[in-house]
Ligand binder design. Structure first.
Ligand SMILES: *Cc1c(COP(=O)(O)O)cnc(C)c1O
Length: 459
């Protein structure tokens, strides 16, 4: 496809100046950060693609809402506004705000896994996986096999493998499974969408066996946009109708509002079960705060109430996903491999293909992330063998399924010129790819080592 850029459905009212370092300065900064992108100071980054979580630009309306935020401890109007927006969009009778997605997981997961052994998902996001484990559960991924082939272009690579799901339930026993989770979009598979047909089928299986069905819904709006483009039944439906269709068979949802609700902090938790809601409220009060603020300040609640609605506007989503599709079309022109078709919030560059001379145990995706920073001040991160910790039992290095360098695109933050800089940097790195060196770890934590690890460039 020819690269086309969908113009911004907004103009810029407030700007944040960026410092432009020289290449020499960047070489020193990344060395000082021990070749770990998380160790860089943000003012030394030109285009920050580390995450799309909480890095969104709020609208003039949201900033006005910040001023109107009601900071009352109990019964704040901003709480009522969030509940009104969220009820309208998700259609759940009981909704609890929390301060971010993992807070919802912390409150809910132990309730669902009480006396149970397993949790099954299309693919667990890392914090969701962590909370399932902390609640004494064993998380099992059950994504369609197409997700693992980066060059295979199929419309819904994030889907649940429903045949395998039934086999897993039969194998482990329905009474041992606490919850079946659908992550939309499927973040860990590269922001790949899930179809309504697949959500319906998964819900049907869950309910046939009497297992609660939950949606991990950080990117509910992007997923709905993909459904509108790719699922025949919904080509004329509104985004709101599609979201309604996705959520109507779910028993629970958890949500990080830091993504599609276009705020910097926030989360939600929903249930249809009144007795369960009472338990959720109790745990929320202990961990997050009183039910009408749930760990958020009134101003953040107000911005969330507005952002939930802005995040489902079609003009916005067309531009938003359009940025990713523009990047993907330019990558196709340049013959650079990525997880395709492109997903909703990031491009995942296939570093194994770009740097074939660097073996997995010298972390090609981290080497590419370092090279992009040196080339143009772009900050991405490794989703590969560097991020994958050692085997917890044998303490041996493990080879990841993919070696991706992930470049996330924050919402309403960067322009077409910024995206072109990303592409030009990738092209420049590819041209001299054989000169890029692998890395070795010189210091690492036993878990989640990629955040704080120290590395050295190999000679
Ligand atoms: C971000 C995210 C979470 C966790 O949310 P936080 O707000 O970062 O705590 C959970 N699931 C998915 C799919 C996410 O993308």
């Amino acid at each position: 496809m020819k690269p086309t850029y969908i113009p911004e459905p907004f103009r810029i009212k407030s700007v944040e100046p960026l410092k432009m370092l020289t290449r020499k300065e960047r070489e020193q900064k990344i060395k000082d950060a021990h070749y770990n992108l998380f160790g860089l100071n943000s003012q030394d980054v030109y285009i920050d693609c580390l995450t799309d979580s909480g890095t969104n630009a709020m609208s003039a309306n949201q900033w006005a809402g910040v001023m109107l935020g009601d900071e009352s401890y109990a019964g704040a109007t901003s709480y009522q506004h969030v509940i009104a927006s969220a009820t309208e969009i998700f259609g759940f009778p009981y909704i609890q705000p929390v301060h971010q997605g993992r807070a919802a997981e912390k409150v809910l997961m132990p309730l669902l896994l009480e006396g149970k052994r397993y949790a099954i998902a299309n693919m667990f996001f890392d914090t969701t996986r962590g909370h399932a484990v902390m609640a004494g559960g064993i998380p099992i991924d059950c994504v369609v096999p197409e997700a693992l082939d980066t060059s295979l272009r199929v419309p819904f690579k994030g889907n649940m493998d429903c045949k395998k799901l039934v086999e897993l339930i039969e194998q482990y026993g329905k009474d041992n499974i606490g919850v079946i989770i659908m992550t939309i979009t499927n973040n860990s598979a590269g922001g790949q969408p899930v179809s309504v047909a697949n959500i319906r089928e998964t819900a049907k299986i869950a309910h046939k066996y009497g297992i609660p069905f939950m949606i991990d819904s950080a990117r509910y709006a992007e997923n709905a946009w993909f459904i509108k483009q790719r699922e025949e039944e919904f080509k004329n439906a509104s985004i709101k109708q599609i979201i309604n269709e996705c959520f109507k068979d779910a028993d629970y949802f958890t949500m990080s509002a830091k993504k599609d609700a276009i705020v910097n902090m926030g989360g939600l938790l929903g249930t249809r079960d009144k007795a369960m809601f009472e338990k959720i409220k109790q745990r929320c009060i202990s961990f997050e705060g009183f039910v009408t603020y749930g760990g958020m300040s009134g101003r953040d609640l107000e911005a969330l109430a507005i952002g939930l609605k802005e995040g489902i506007e079609e003009d916005f989503l067309k531009y938003r996903i359009g940025q990713l599709e523009y990047l993907a079309a330019r990558l196709d022109e340049e013959g650079i491999a990525y997880q395709s078709p492109v997903g909703g919030h990031a491009i995942f560059i296939d570093a194994k293909k770009m740097l074939p001379h660097i073996p997995w145990y010298q972390y090609p995706a981290q080497a590419l992330a370092v090279a992009l920073y040196i080339e143009a001040g772009i900050r991405g991160c490794d989703i590969g063998s560097y991020m994958l910790d050692r085997d917890p039992v044998t303490h041996k290095e493990q080879e990841a399924q993919f070696e991706f360098t992930r470049l996330c695109i924050p919402r309403r933050v960067y322009t077409q010129a910024h995206l072109d800089i990303i592409i030009n940097a990738l092209v420049a790195v590819k041209k001299d790819a054989d000169k890029i060196k692998g890395l070795k770890i010189v210091e690492e934590a036993p878990v989640l080592r990629h955040f704080t690890g120290k590395l050295e460039l190999l000679k």
